[in-house]
Design a protein around this ligand. Structure first.
Ligand code: SF4
Ligand code: SF4
Length: 172
């Protein structure tokens, strides 16, 4: 599979703007397809795209995502920053009524320009975004497409998926 990769963020944002209607139609189109086959296609495309996009030179998701963290992760990062667990939590973490820990600012505290300053110790949720290697892609279309205009990985995977599923042909 050969994929044209668009990595210019301004171009992606501008194309995304013109493709809002198209993406709504694509969502409905995908919902009618076999979910497991779509997952397999997304896995294959994602493997190629992920390899060609450098997240350490992007950081766009760190500007907009709410990051859930676990107790263990928060302890690990506190240790990495040579802080006590208590000071770390006080400074960087908010705890919901249900006990869920989240980073208490968006953009994330640990983003410096485009770079994550705790990259090797970043949280599981950061490592797993944009979740394109997880099954049930068609159940997460809304959440995924929200980030289509800012995440070059999502943009390129979705655009290639339009080609691989013949969506573009069917649209003509
Ligand atoms: S911890 Fe790092 S990767 Fe995660 S949101 Fe913050 S800056 Fe981004
Ligand atoms: S996951 Fe997407 S938005 Fe986040 S840094 Fe990588 S390419 Fe950028």
């Amino acid at each position: 599979m050969s994929i044209y990769i668009e990595s210019n963020k301004e171009t992606i944002a501008s194309l995304a703007n013109t493709r809002q209607e198209e993406n709504i139609t694509f969502r409905s189109f995908l919902k009618k397809r076999d979910a497991a086959s779509i997952d397999n296609l997304v896995f294959k495309i994602n493997e190629i795209v992920e390899d060609k996009i450098d997240c350490t030179d992007c950081g766009a998701c760190c500007n907009g995502l709410m990051i859930n963290v676990t107790e263990l992760e928060s302890e690990r990062v506190a240790e990495h920053l040579l802080m006590s667990k208590t000071d770390f939590k006080e400074k960087y973490i908010e705890e919901s009524l249900g006990g869920q820990l989240i980073i208490n600012t968006i953009p994330c505290h640990f983003l410096n320009e485009k770079k994550c300053t705790i990259y090797e110790n970043r949280f599981k949720e950061c490592r797993e975004f944009p979740h394109l290697n997880r099954p049930h892609f068609t159940d997460r279309l809304f959440g995924t497409l929200i980030h289509y205009s800012i995440c070059p990985i999502i943009y390129n995977v979705v655009e290639q998926l339009k080609i691989e599923t013949n969506f573009i042909e069917n649209k003509k």
